[in-house]
Design a protein around this ligand. Sequence first.
Ligand SMILES: CC(=O)CC(=O)SCCNC(=O)CCNC(=O)[C@H](O)C(C)(C)COP(=O)(O)OP(=O)(O)OC[C@H]1O[C@@H](n2cnc3c(N)ncnc32)[C@H](O)[C@@H]1OP(=O)(O)O
Ligand SMILES: NC(=O)C1=CN([C@@H]2O[C@H](COP(=O)(O)OP(=O)(O)OC[C@H]3O[C@@H](n4cnc5c(N)ncnc54)[C@H](O)[C@@H]3O)[C@@H](O)[C@H]2O)C=CC1
Length: 257
Amino acid sequence: MELSGKSVMVTGGASGLGAACVRLFSQSGARVLIADINSEGGQKLAQEIGAAARFVQTNVVDEASVQAALKEAQEAFGGLHVLVNCAGIGLAERTLGRHGPHSLEAFTRVIQVNLIGTFNALRLAAQLMSNNEPNTEGERGVIINTASVAAFDGQIGQAAYSASKGGIVGMTLPVARDLARNGIRVVTIAPGIFDTPLMAALPEPARVSLLQQAPFPPRLGKPEEYALLARHIVENPMLNGEVIRLDGAIRLPYLIR
Ligand SMILES: CC(=O)CC(=O)SCCNC(=O)CCNC(=O)[C@H](O)C(C)(C)COP(=O)(O)OP(=O)(O)OC[C@H]1O[C@@H](n2cnc3c(N)ncnc32)[C@H](O)[C@@H]1OP(=O)(O)O
Ligand SMILES: NC(=O)C1=CN([C@@H]2O[C@H](COP(=O)(O)OP(=O)(O)OC[C@H]3O[C@@H](n4cnc5c(N)ncnc54)[C@H](O)[C@@H]3O)[C@@H](O)[C@H]2O)C=CC1
């Protein structure tokens, strides 16, 4: 589907990969709703972009909060064609640490935001998208999720994070199959290591070691490179039900130093 003239919601759109999508998609002629829990960053970005963007403070794990964001998309933009799910949090904790077992509260929180938050946003967005007039291809909407290479090769300390991202990988095909009759495509991007505040929060030894593992290009990914793939997914009707690694051939190693 063409991005120009379309309505897009980006969860986690105030920062990092989501913010890059907000910028590229608005430059490509779309109107973009920034749905993020961080109101300071979200409002600032919306102001920077101007009339093509709006910010609604949104917690992806909360049904009423996501419904309120979608109501804004309906009222301000007349509906929704594209959802980009970027909201997410990280965690580094061993299953059995020196001071005892992994916090169950922390494990639950990561699953809640990354996995359940993604499903919550997509199920409610799909309902709004299903009202769209189909284009000549029969498309009514496109949903892009964000997993991680940690879904496949999670490191020490990534049990919760990898489980949350593995859940997103696992639901990609069944959700695409569910929504096929509605003309809604679903594609998941599994990024490698990208230059965002989330990656900057990683323990220093892990970050340094990871950079040494990047075959080519031997650097962090740029958020704009994520946004370029997201735009292509919107534009290419054959992409559906798939998980695409965007990682410069990195495979996360066992040892971090
Ligand atoms: C973001 C994406 O989507 C892309 C990716 O996934 S990229 C891959 C990201 N990789 C990761 O996030 C790796 C996460 N794992 C880790 O950082 C580490 O393995 C870990 C922090 C979980 C454990 O590290 P470790 O050195 O084995 O720690 P551990 O054996 O538990 O503790 C050793 C000591 O170091 C200390 N320590 C460990 N980590 C520490 C930290 N981050 N800061 C300060 N102190 C730390 C502990 O306090 C401990 O001291 P005590 O004996 O006094 O308790
Ligand atoms: N940066 C990287 O290297 C990689 C990132 N990812 C994933 O990409 C996504 C985006 O990450 P980054 O841009 O790097 O992180 P980031 O921290 O820059 O941005 C994440 C955004 O999500 C928002 N958010 C967090 N919890 C929320 C909630 N409950 N409701 C609404 N918004 C919420 C934050 O406020 C923040 O603006 C995440 O899902 C992350 O797991 C995956 C692989 C690699």
